[in-house]
Design a protein around this ligand. Structure first.
Ligand SMILES: *Cc1c(COP(=O)(O)O)cnc(C)c1O
Length: 240
């Protein structure tokens, strides 16, 4: 896996990332985290941003993340933000030491499996964002808002290798394109508020992507996940 990047590519990436980072800094008052979503992009792109000081990167596929994490610096904070199959949680927990967060936990089974594997391999704690289906659309992944508290309790009480850090939504693209208030973001804020009150914990909100991160921050996001605005359009995934 080559880490070599051209000066031109580095300049392009840095200028785009800086634009986003400046907006995030301004709208979020320095409190919102930018995760650069590098899925399907070469490790050399990540290295270019790393060399300029960026440390939080998001990936969607367990195998791709595993390979990149092996080759890239160990102080990168990796976020797994892809759809997670229960049978892949073991690989994820085992293979990536510097896994900062898994943002797509939506069942007890996945939480317990991630926790038990991490215990078995004696690796650091993983931050967890519960993925919430805020739109109510059946085909969307994420747990229903009603079932969130039960899952949160399992993570808090029964998973010592997991730290409940927040809630996450992908949100509806249609809503974001229309430009106004995003109802997925409102819903996620409601879910967070209830959990905080009922469970006496502080929680973050991971919401906002290239098309809607500014709106998301205005609606209280503490973490945005931005890919194509920084890295450019993604190639199609092989075999999919
Ligand atoms: C790909 C992806 C992103 C980044 O999307 P862009 O529109 O390219 O910014 C953010 N969050 C999740 C969950 C993703 O899968």
């Amino acid at each position: 896996m080559s880490m070599e990047y051209t000066k031109e590519r580095a300049e392009e990436l840095l200028s785009k990332a800086k634009n986003v980072n400046d907006i995030v800094g301004k709208l979020g008052g320095g409190k919102t985290r930018l995760v650069c979503v590098s899925k399907l992009k070469p490790a050399s792109d990540i290295k270019a941003l790393y060399d300029a000081g960026y440390r939080h990167f998001g990936e969607n596929y367990v195998q791709e993340l595993t390979e990149k994490a092996k080759s890239l610096p160990k102080d990168i904070n990796w976020h797994f933000i892809g759809g997670l199959q229960t049978n892949k949680t073991k690989d994820l927990a085992k293979n990536v030491d510097n896994l900062y967060a898994v943002e797509t936990i939506d069942t007890e089974k996945k939480a317990r499996k991630l926790n038990s594997t991490r215990e078995n391999v004696s690796k650091p704690i993983i931050n967890i964002f519960i993925q919430v289906n805020t739109s109510g659309e059946e085909q969307k992944s994420g747990i229903s808002p009603e079932d969130c508290e039960k899952l949160a309790k399992v993570i808090l009480d029964e998973c010592p290798k997991l730290h409940l850090q927040g809630v996450m939504t992908i949100g509806s693209i249609v809503e974001s394109k229309s430009g106004g208030i995003n109802h997925d973001f409102i819903k996620l804020a409601e879910v967070r508020k209830l959990l905080q009150e009922n469970l006496k914990v502080e929680l973050e909100m991971s919401m906002g992507m290239s098309s809607d991160f500014e709106e998301a921050i205005k609606q209280g996001s503490t973490e945005v996940r931005v890919g194509s605005t920084i890295f450019g359009v993604r190639p199609p995934r092989n075999g999919h």
